[in-house]
Design a protein around this ligand. Structure first.
Ligand code: PEP
Length: 249
């Protein structure tokens, strides 16, 4: 089996204005000059997608969205479809991020329908999962995450390019991270479901870790068993920090 290149994806969330394009340009310039082992993606707010895609055209840095609607088009004020992300230059899309599951009550079933929409439009979905602090303290982390994975991954992912991101909610933006043993245990449980569902293909799907990845901890986390990359929030906003993480892969 071939091991795919790790994926390092930056999630800018609702941060980033015009000036942020300079950070992305700096990332692209460094990645072009010294190609890293990893594939690199930046997922900016929707307002910057098109311009970022234009800015990075021809550069080895992919552009992604942060969410999409399950419908192809329609009367959905404020929403954005997978085809619109593609039209703006996106190749990937983050789906089921905890800030959407928590902030907007997105269910696994809704996430699965968004995954279907993303695949239909030709996007590579990055499907997120992760437990809360209360769930971890109650010893339920693995059960919660495996439940999310079972219910958020439609059968149509078979043979398609996609990634999973394990992001413990209590580690996002807090500076806290699980031990590498804890990360490895959850990734192993996710891998088992991927293999059960998708066979050999499931064995090679990258499982990213996300939650307070920084230059100081990236090498250790990325060297952990079954960690196939990182989803990076805060540290992806500054080219210097994001590049340090990219080069740790
Ligand atoms: C995220 O929200 O995807 C994330 C991992 O954030 P941070 O790196 O800031 O913890």
């Amino acid at each position: 089996l071939t091991t795919p290149r790790p994926l390092i994806a930056g999630n800018w969330k609702m941060f980033g204005l015009e000036a942020s394009l300079d950070e992305a340009r700096a990332v692209a310039a460094a990645v072009s000059e010294a190609p890293p082992a990893a594939r690199v993606a930046i997922c900016p707010p929707a307002t910057l997608l098109h311009r970022l895609a234009e800015t990075l055209s021809g550069e080895p840095v992919l552009v992604g969205g942060q969410d999409c609607h399950p419908a192809a088009q329609g009367a959905y004020t404020g929403d954005i479809s997978a085809a619109m992300l593609v039209d703006a230059g996106a190749r990937l899309v983050i789906l089921g991020h905890s800030e959407r599951r928590g902030g907007y009550g997105e269910s696994c079933e809704l996430v699965a329908s968004k995954v279907e929409a993303a695949l239909a439009a030709g996007l590579e979905p990055i499907i997120c999962c992760g437990e809360s602090l209360a769930q971890r303290e109650a010893g339920q982390a693995e059960a919660i995450v495996t439940g999310q994975i079972r219910n958020s991954l439609p059968a149509s992912l078979a043979g398609q390019a996609f990634a999973v991101a394990y992001e413990p909610i209590w580690a996002i933006g807090t500076g806290l991270t699980p031990t590498t043993a804890d990360i490895a245990a959850i990734h192993k449980a996710i891998r088992a479901i991927l293999v059960e569902r998708f066979g050999d293909h499931g064995a090679s799907v990258p499982i990213l870790y996300g939650g307070s990845v920084k230059p100081e901890n990236a090498a250790e986390i990325l060297a952990t068993e079954d960690v196939g990359g990182a989803l990076v929030g805060g540290a992806s906003l500054k080219a210097k920090d994001f590049l340090a993480i990219i080069n740790a892969a």
